[in-house]
Design a protein around this ligand. Sequence first.
Ligand code: OAD
Length: 237
Amino acid sequence: MPEHKSIVILTGAGISAESGISTFRDPDGVWAKYDVEEVATPQGFAKNPKLVQDFYNMRRAGLKTVKPNAAHLALARLEREHKGGVCIVTQNVDNLHEMAGSKNVIHMHGELAKAWCRACDQRSPWTADLDATVTCPQCKATGHMRPDVVWFGEVPYAMEQIGDILFEAKLFLSIGTSGNVYPAANFVNAVRRNGGRTVELNLEPSEGASSFHEAIHGRAGEIVPAFVEKLLNGQAR
Ligand code: OAD
């Protein structure tokens, strides 16, 4: 593998499953228990803000007890040891990549650990619950704080930056994502158009599995460390 090869890694809920965070579309996933329209759309928030805040409060509180697993740790190792660029673009709103030591992480669907004030448009680090009585630490307005997450119908974050890094990517890994949600599901095609190699690492074939040059199926905690080891040893391309 050329030393300078730039690697882009898309991650989804499956990478955090072995840390105890539910995926969305598996049979016991989040969308089997909650109505996506009610808790993950601007319309749902307008209709019942308390329901939406409680949903994200529960998920934010859940972060206090989870730890990165072997897959997160392996990606942090890849960033430390690979001589070229390594960037993680995650759809996950948890902070397990950062806890594992990854530095170059883009949260395209936002972060549970931040709150967004709709009065002043500033983001603030957030670990507590949010509700209508909360005051923005920056502009001091009350009642305008929402979770800093991207809902269906909203534009994912950093799309221009992501477009640039996909354009440069020589290797694209898609880990633990079902390939149901766009634009992330299309990243594989963007990389292929520019001649990059693409590998899926997932429990099962994703919706877009046939778009990848190679697919490795199994639990992220097993297949990701093994793949990273091979990459760093020059045994995988
Ligand atoms: P999904 O729940 O759609 O897909 C998770 C994928 O991970 C599935 O293909 C599983 O087979 C796989 N998986 C489960 N356990 C695994 C394990 N231990 N190791 C490896 N793979 C495993 O989650 P996402 O694709 O991340 O967006 O969902 C994308 C977006 O849809 C989310 O960011 C969220 C959701 O609705 C918003 O809320 C805006």
